[in-house]
Ligand binder design. Structure first.
Ligand SMILES: C[S@@+](CC[C@H](N)C(=O)[O-])C[C@H]1O[C@@H](n2cnc3c(N)ncnc32)[C@H](O)[C@@H]1O
Length: 211
């Protein structure tokens, strides 16, 4: 497994992170790293997903941005965003917010009829960031995604921010264990992780293609 350290340097990361946490889209909080926004835009065009599924809606800004990007790029995708608490006041014809827990995803995905929705899928796991939550999402999507679908496991940068102990090892621990134990399930999409330099992303080794 290659290292998870990002290309972001110690002097620049605190200021970059402060900007991510304050960022808004159309006035709605959208907690995305600008480098990853660029990676997502490229990914959406190349993959042309029919479904964008976000776990972790927060204020709804990222889901609204995904929906607007689909309009802009002429994609047929619908956008579903799942959280313990649904945002209010964010609306778009393509966008549905659903109530759900990353630790019990099967229930909400079954209720949404997920397995009947057309592929390719772009799934972004941006919820609890705990080791347990990330593992739960990897297990569920390993069973439901198809070859070529893409999953972004967000925020492995927590290691570089010195925060991953709070998350019991967080995304990077989950990714390491999962990819080592189940090497035939996902491949790290290094073309995406390394688009702007080796792991110059908030999601180091976190863009995965389903095998
Ligand atoms: C980092 S924020 C999501 C940011 C959003 N995707 C964006 O880019 O603006 C994390 C969200 O995950 C939600 N969350 C935390 N634990 C969760 C869980 N167990 N299941 C589902 N969502 C959870 C929180 O309520 C919070 O809104």
């Amino acid at each position: 497994m290659r290292p998870f350290s990002t290309a972001f340097t110690k002097p620049m990361l605190p200021g970059y992170q402060a900007g991510v946490m304050k960022y808004t889209y159309k006035g709605i909080r959208c907690l995305k790293s600008p480098v990853d926004l660029a990676i997502y835009m490229r990914l959406l065009w190349d993959l042309k997903p029919r479904l964008i599924l976000e776990i972790g809606s927060h204020s709804g800004g990222s889901a609204l941005l995904f929906a607007d990007l689909c309009d802009m790029l002429g994609l047929e995708a619908q956008v579903i965003s799942i959280d313990l608490e649904m945002p209010t006041g964010v609306q778009h014809p393509r966008l549905r917010f659903l109530h759900g827990d990353v630790m019990a995803l099967d229930a909400v995905l079954d209720a949404a009829g997920l397995d009947g929705l057309p592929h390719p899928w772009f799934v972004t796991e941006d919820s609890a960031h705990s080791y347990q939550g990330c593992m739960a999402a990897l297990e569920v999507f390993a069973a439901r995604m198809r070859t070529g679908d893409v999953l972004a496991m967000e925020d492995g940068v927590l290691d570089d921010l010195g925060l991953s102990a709070r998350y019991d090892g967080g995304p990077n621990r989950a990714l390491t264990e999962f990819l080592v134990n189940r090497p035939d399930t996902f491949a790290v999409a290094t073309d995406l992780c390394d688009m702007f330099g080796t792991n110059a992303t908030y999601n180091p080794n976190g863009y995965l293609r389903k095998l």
